[in-house]
Design a binder for this molecule. Structure first.
Ligand code: TXA
Ligand code: MG
Length: 410
């Protein structure tokens, strides 16, 4: 027996013209697991990873300060958060990419607190965030001419550059590397906060390690309550994926993480730019990642996710076929699709990521939807693959990682 329910936008969700509501079909039936599908094993591993990092021992009294659009109030809250940063506290704050979990990037003890709050492996280095170009020179050995070109074009914005580090940058923040990642966010609140703090701010994404990066205040609150002194809560991040990471220390700069500043954008300025091969290929390829963060599980929803990639109708057919098979076993199936194809899916909890014509919309929604699948308690997720040369590359990279590189080509 099946019952169908239409789930509209929940309260508090930011509405946008490009976001389509999602359809949920509740399945009632007997749970039968196919012996070939390691669903339960997967889930218990993910959940136990999550729980073990959740066992954070010294809970802090977290203050949530909301940015409400009232200049005086907002300035007061940003000042309060900046003061916390100066005193060695941790502040989660909005940026145009994703929310960051910030602390004094020059103090190894504070950096330790960040690793602990996130449950992050300590060999995974952090980005130092600055608010002004003049703050760059003290942190790096030199600023090569190509860095100047890139900075003129893309800063402030979603581009992180890797430089040789200066001696004032603690090894704790770079995970022992002699290079340092620097970014100057364009987000006005982030910029003011860093300026007022008067420090380079180490800020990984403000999620529990391994979970999707937070793009909304509610995601940060869910992951970081009790772990940071202050959460500065603003609207949804308007890019939704983390910054492009570009290593400019080799003779040909190399993209270590794709983002909103695309391969094409960088090629236009640099002429030649490489892409680290491990970005799109799985761990099984035995490629040593140049960015330590790339070797860890990322963005994983609780349920195992499989990406189906290929021609349009074959993808739709394959996802419907697999969904039907699992639904017949009584499993709760989540399906992540694009606006252009949504009408061809009828069964499962169907979420619309956005439009293929406007891939920015997919970038904005992706991490939120991965978290929504957790809320919906789905057992398994099937997702349409996304291809393209712009921000699609970043979307594909994050989806492949969320799926643990489980990809079916049809
Ligand atoms: O958009 C963003 O970049 C967000 C916001 C908060 O600014 N931050 C963010 O930080 O995504 P995080 O720590 O989640 O990711 C930083 C990435 C990791 O993959 C890390 O391995 C890499 O940058 N990274 C940092 N320093 C590096 C270095 N010296 N060499 C190579 N990769 C580095
Ligand atoms: Mg992260």
């Amino acid at each position: 027996m099946r019952s169908q329910k239409l789930v509209g936008a929940t309260s508090g969700r930011q509405e946008s013209k490009d976001r389509c509501p999602y359809l949920s079909v509740e399945v009632i039936g007997t749970a039968k697991l196919s012996p070939t599908e390691p669903l339960l094993n997967h889930r218990s591993t993910i959940v136990s990873q999550y729980k073990s990092t959740k066992g954070f021992d010294q809970m802090i009294n977290t203050k949530i300060l909301k940015i409400i659009g009232n200049k005086e109030e907002d300035e007061k809250n940003i000042e309060r958060a900046a003061q916390e940063l100066r005193q060695g506290g941790l502040v989660a704050f909005p940026t145009e990419t994703v929310y960051g979990l910030g602390g004094n990037g020059l103090d190894p003890l504070v950096v330790d607190k960040i690793y602990k709050a996130k449950g992050r492996p300590s060999d995974n280095p952090m980005i130092l965030h600055i608010s002004d170009i003049k703050d760059l020179a003290p942190l790096v050995l030199n600023i090569p001419p190509i860095a100047e070109k890139l900075i003129n074009k893309f800063w402030p914005g979603p581009l992180t550059l890797i430089f040789k580090k200066s001696s004032i940058v603690p090894e704790r923040v770079t995970g022992g590397l002699d290079t340092v990642a620097i970014r100057m966010p364009a987000h006005i609140i982030a910029n003011k906060l860093i300026k007022k703090a008067g420090l380079p701010i180490a800020a990984p994404s403000a999620n529990i390690s391994g979970k999707p990066s937070p793009t909304k205040g509610e995601h940060v609150i869910k992951d970081m309550m009790g772990r940071v002194e202050i959460i500065l809560e603003d609207k949804q991040s308007n890019i939704g994926l983390e910054s492009t990471v570009l290593d400019i220390t080799p003779p040909t700069p190399i993209i270590l993480r794709p983002g909103a500043i695309t391969y094409r954008d960088l090629k236009e300025i640099l002429g030649k730019v490489d892409i680290d091969r491990s970005i799109m290929e799985g761990k099984s390829q035995n490629l040593a990642p140049k960015s330590p963060g790339m070797k860890y599980t990322h963005y994983a929803p609780n349920a195992p996710m499989t990406i189906v990639q290929g021609t349009r109708w074959k993808v739709i057919e394959k996802i419907n076929e697999m969904a039907a098979e699992y639904i017949a076993q009584g499993r709760h199936v989540g399906i992540l699709v694009t606006q252009e194809n949504i009408e061809y899916y009828t069964r499962g909890t169907i979420m619309c990521a956005g439009s293929r014509d406007k891939p920015d919309t997919i970038a904005i929604n992706l991490f939120d939807l991965l978290r929504q699948f957790d809320e919906e308690n789905v057992d398994i997720i099937f997702a349409e693959g996304i291809e393209g040369e712009g921000i699609e590359m970043a979307i594909k990279n994050r989806m492949n990682k969320a799926a643990g590189h489980r990809i079916i080509c049809v």
